[in-house]
Design a protein around this ligand. Structure first.
Ligand SMILES: *[C@@H]1O[C@H](CO)[C@@H](O)[C@H](O)[C@H]1NC(C)=O
Ligand SMILES: [Zn+2]
Length: 513
């Protein structure tokens, strides 16, 4: 009897005003219903959180409304390199910097600290350098004597090269360019995914022997934990290819020893800073390899697991996904491994729909991955999105990384916007923030909050994202973690209200920047 309602409707004559009221009501209903589906919407804010929310939303609205009126002024729609320093001066950025952000669950160990930090490392004793003039490349090696490893020109002691330089400032500035992707006019130079990835990989190759000198390795990692703590992060799950380390005495250390060194430094750091909840390791070697190498990886993973069952929490494979070996090629090995070690697989870090890199998403889910790295392409797979939600597989989203590495030009078009509105299990992370000169996590939060999420998304989204990073971690005592987070969060809320509410009450809009 589907005719009946139409018959009834058409028999009732509504006035214009009644019609409008009816439509408006429906509009309101739809909008509220949809907003109630968004990530974070189930959080109830306390009275002080409501006040803090008003302050934060004033700051956010100011930026968005200005951008909506003057799109050319909305810097987040431009290249990250154009606004990364500018936004640090914004009040909202400072609030997000102070905000407890939970954990970083997707970051690669040798890409976290800044190029300035890397330049400082070149002041260490016993460092040799080889400038490969033709293709503007560089090699490093720590050694007591002239290194025996091949060099396309000539090994020089870094100290002597620096002394011989006409200008120290220029020397260091040139050196710095090897440790960053940041350049002027990035869109003209990095014309596609491959060009930017080539430069990205050159960073890892040339910085390798600088960082794998054991004393530097341990210092870099210790300072990474320090940088995270400063960015109000309480816990880390770090991905590493676990390279062999070396020292001046000619010793080399295998990947198992590298993992041990991470464990030891983590313990030292927690001893020095008991308010930090430590770190766990995800062994994540390169994915462009043959089966034999993969089997070696797996042997190493099992060895580490046996020695450090609580420290090694997972396995992954890394590298430019479009050019890597599809996960399905490694199905027998990965499926066997997943009985013993959790998988946290990169998958769908691509713009190519229906290709092997896109379809890695099917493999990751079928293999029982606990979380998926990037999952950028997931938005094109409605069934997989349902499965991800049902199986509570967290998506480790790295917005800034995806924009710098050329998957999306304007962050407003990042699929994260849809993942948030669909309440997908999202965690925000930062991948390799040092290489694009971002802070450990604050830039990713800022860009997400102002540039990606709905204008309506508020403090509840921020809190849920931070909480998600704890829920979806592999930390063994999550209650403890969440309890401590709550204490820090409450403190943070009170400090915002204390610093800003007075000005707000007086209707003094000068607190907006
Ligand atoms: C955007 O960046 C320009 C400099 O590139 C700056 O002058 C301007 O204030 C920024 N806009 C906003 C809204 O922050
Ligand atoms: Zn990654």
């Amino acid at each position: 009897m589907w005719i009946l309602p139409i018959f009834i409707l058409s028999s009732v004559v509504l006035s214009d005003a009644q019609n409008v009221e009816k439509v408006l009501k429906e509009r309101q209903f739809l909008m509220e219903k949809e907003l109630s589906m968004m990530l974070g919407s189930s959080i109830e804010l306390s009275d002080s959180e409501l006040k803090a929310n008003e302050i934060i939303m004033d700051l956010k609205m100011n930026e968005i409304e200005n951008g909506f009126l003057h799109p050319n002024n909305f810097n987040l729609s431009k290249h990250f390199f154009e606004y990364k320093d500018l936004v640090k001066k914004k009040k909202l950025y400072k609030v997000l910097k102070d905000m407890p952000k939970g954990a970083i669950l997707h970051a690669h160990d040798t890409g976290i600290l800044s190029p300035d930090y890397m330049v400082e490392l070149t002041y260490w004793d016993n460092l040799w350098v080889c400038f490969v003039k033709g293709n503007n490349d560089i090699q490093f090696q720590f050694s007591k004597r002239t290194p025996t490893s091949s060099c396309a020109s000539k090994w020089k002691l870094m100290k002597d090269a620096r002394k011989a330089a006409r200008s120290l400032a220029k020397f260091d500035a040139d050196l710095r360019t090897h440790f960053t992707l940041v350049i002027d006019k990035p869109n003209e130079v990095y014309t596609d995914v491959n060009t930017v990835w080539q430069k990205f990989q050159r960073y890892f190759i040339s910085s390798g022997p600088l960082l794998t000198y054991k004393p530097v390795w341990e210092k870099y990692y210790y300072d990474t934990l320090l940088a995270l703590r400063e960015d109000n992060i309480m816990y880390l799950e770090i991905r590493s290819v676990l390279p062999s380390l070396y020292d001046l005495e000619g010793n080399t250390y295998d990947p198992v020893a590298t993992a041990e060194s991470y464990k030891r430094v983590t313990e030292k750091f927690m001893n020095d800073y008991p308010d930090f909840f430590g770190a766990k390791l995800i062994y994540a070697p390169l994915k462009l390899v043959n089966k034999r190498t993969l089997q070696e990886y797996i042997k190493t993973a099992m060895e580490i697991k046996a020695l450090m069952p609580d420290f090694l929490v997972g396995f992954d494979l890394v590298g430019q996904e479009d050019l890597g070996v599809p996960l399905k090629e490694f199905m027998p090995e990965l499926s066997r491994l997943s009985d013993d070690i959790d998988l946290y697989l990169h998958a769908g870090e691509t713009n190519w729909y229906g290709t092997t890199s896109d379809e890695n998403l099917f493999d990751a889910i079928a293999l029982g991955a606990k979380r998926i790295g990037h999952a950028f392409a997931l938005i094109k797979h409605p069934l997989l999105m349902e499965e991800v939600k049902k199986r509570e597989i967290a998506l480790e989203i790295n917005v800034v990384s995806n924009s710098v590495l050329k998957l999306v030009e304007d962050v407003r078009n990042h699929p994260l916007a849809a993942f948030l509105s669909l309440n997908m299990p999202v965690v925000l992370s930062s991948d390799d923030p040092g290489v694009w000169e971002a802070e450990p996590l604050t830039h990713d939060f800022y860009v997400t909050f102002v540039g990606v999420a709905s204008r309506h998304a508020d403090l509840r989204l921020l809190k849920q994202l931070a909480l998600n990073s704890l829920f979806y971690s592999s930390y063994p005592e999550k209650d403890k973690l969440v309890h401590e987070f709550d204490i820090r969060w409450t403190k943070f809320i009170h400090s915002i209200v204390k610093d800003h509410w007075h000005g707000k009450n007086l209707n003094d809009r000068t607190f907006l920047s």
